[in-house]
Design a binder for this molecule. Structure first.
Ligand SMILES: [Ca+2]
Ligand SMILES: [Ca+2]
Ligand SMILES: [Ca+2]
Ligand SMILES: [Ca+2]
Length: 466
């Protein structure tokens, strides 16, 4: 009797539980989307970050002939100023363009005379306006050479002063020259300048000067390593957080080709240490230098010796004393170059340059590369068209927003134009629900059918017991 009466009870409990499960999870009239939601809740869902690079604006500037941008800065009021040079006047002149926050040209200024004059780095000044490091050709009856020129201009592009500086071996009137490339403002308002002085023997040295806020020379230093030593790019001099300066250049001799050369000085420009980076198999050419917020330096250079092929962008991270923490190349088998690197708010790094690997047509595109604090490649973005495009300088505005200065040879443009574009990396967090598989759908219908059969079985059992 006990066994006979417990069997239907067990069946009833089983059947009842199936019915309850069916009623809770799978009502017959639920819409398909909700069925999918239920199934995905059972299977689990995940959140992912979806990123998209937005081009906020994109403009070209220049005259009838070729124009080149070397450096871009953003003012405290959110405007931009570009320095470079223009050939649209017939000879080369220093060329400055002031842009509004949306990239509309507000003013432009040319500086120079009938010879070749080229603008390089531009900086904002603490007291307002801008300062530019340039190379200015200065021809007189007794001298035929180039000078390091500094121009101080107001917010609206008006020239406040231009001052030319000649190197220590220039005063005798030899056919030699000085090249202006980099500039930084000191905490007291002075300027420190980085460039090249070509010596009477035809060789060259890295040359650093300190000038007052009014353009009076305070001191100058010359740094000599091998035959040719040059601070040859904008963005290659910094005043260090704990005093003194760091200047970046290259050093060359016939056996070593170019190597990267970093010199750390005290506040009077006297060397504290110097380091070279490179090898004897090919060139290593530096492009820009920053001091990191947590100490040490980051150099971006280009190298033929290491990496995937042709030239690659090469980033070197050092400690406070110039010892390498890591170095890493970026690029593919074709030509890749990095020109300026900046630190992001989270200690990651971004550099801009040009790549022939990741473009569509083989003539190069502008290239923006994000790397982690330890050098790991995080993402890269290319922008361009079927013609030659590159990026040379940029400003980081926080919130993954960049304004980039480059060059483009787009269709309809006979000569290379200055190209400026603003980018924002838009990150949205989305919840992914896995798509419902046919297996899941079969399970659903099987479960539903089981529930209905169970209800039927329960009714039959109850009738039998009566
Ligand atoms: Ca000129
Ligand atoms: Ca080398
Ligand atoms: Ca390469
Ligand atoms: Ca292109």
């Amino acid at each position: 009797m006990t066994t006979q009466s417990s069997h239907p009870k067990l069946v009833s409990v089983f059947v009842l539980s199936l019915v309850i499960a069916s009623l809770i999870y799978l009502p017959v009239n639920r819409p398909v989307k909700l069925q999918d939601q239920i199934v995905s809740n059972v299977l689990g869902s995940e959140t992912i970050e979806e990123t998209e690079m937005l081009v906020l604006w994109n403009k070209t500037f220049g005259g009838e002939y070729y124009d080149t941008g070397e450096s871009i800065i953003r003012s405290t009021t959110g405007k931009y100023v570009i320095s470079g040079w223009t050939n649209s006047s017939g000879d080369l002149d220093i060329f400055l363009i002031g842009l509004s926050s949306d990239g509309t040209q507000e003013w432009n200024q040319t500086i120079g005379d009938a010879e070749e004059d080229k603008g390089f780095q531009i900086i904002t000044c603490d007291s307002g306006g801008y300062a530019i490091a340039s190379t200015y050709t200065n021809i007189t009856a007794t001298r035929n050479n180039t000078d390091f020129m500094v121009s101080r201009i107001a917010d609206d592009g008006t020239i406040i002063w231009n001052k030319c500086f000649v190197g220590p071996e220039q005063t005798g009137g030899n056919y030699t020259g000085d090249l202006g490339r980099s500039i930084a403002q000191c905490s007291n308002g002075d300027f420190v300048l980085g460039g090249v002085t070509i010596t009477t023997s035809g060789k060259s040295d890295i040359w650093m000067l300190r000038i007052t806020a009014n353009g009076t020379k305070d001191w100058e230093r010359v740094y000599h390593n091998w035959d040719i030593d040059r601070c040859f790019s904008p963005h290659c001099i910094v005043q260090c957080n704990n005093g003194g300066f760091a200047i970046l250049g290259y050093t060359y001799n016939s056996t070593q080709s170019n190597d990267v050369w970093l010199i750390r000085t005290n506040s009077n420009g006297l060397p504290m240490w110097n380091r070279t980076y490179g090898d004897a198999t090919g060139y290593q050419r530096p492009e820009s230098l920053i001091e990191c917020s947590n100490g040490g330096f980051v150099i971006i250079a280009n190298t033929q010796s290491f990496g995937a092929g042709d030239a690659d962008a090469w980033v070197i991270r050092t400690d406070l004393f110039g010892n390498q923490t890591w170095n890493q190349t970026y690029g593919g088998i074709e030509l890749d170059q990095g020109f300026q690197i900046l630190e992001m708010t989270n200690n990651e790094l971004t550099f801009v340059g040009s790549t022939h690997n990741f473009d569509q047509e083989g003539q190069g595109d502008a290239w923006i590369v994000r790397i982690a604090e330890n050098g790991t490649h995080l993402w890269n973005y290319t922008i361009g068209d079927a013609y030659g495009n590159s990026a040379g300088s940029f400003v980081y505005e926080g919130n993954d927003t960049f304004t980039v200065l480059g060059a483009t040879n787009s269709i309809g443009v006979a000569f290379s134009k200055i190209w400026v574009f603003k980018l924002r990396l838009n990150t949205t967090i989305i919840t992914l629900t896995p798509s419902v598989s046919s297996e899941a759908r079969i399970n659903y219908h099987f479960f539903l059918l089981s529930g209905l059969i169970s209800i039927g079985a329960l009714i039959i059992l109850k009738k039998k017991r009566r």
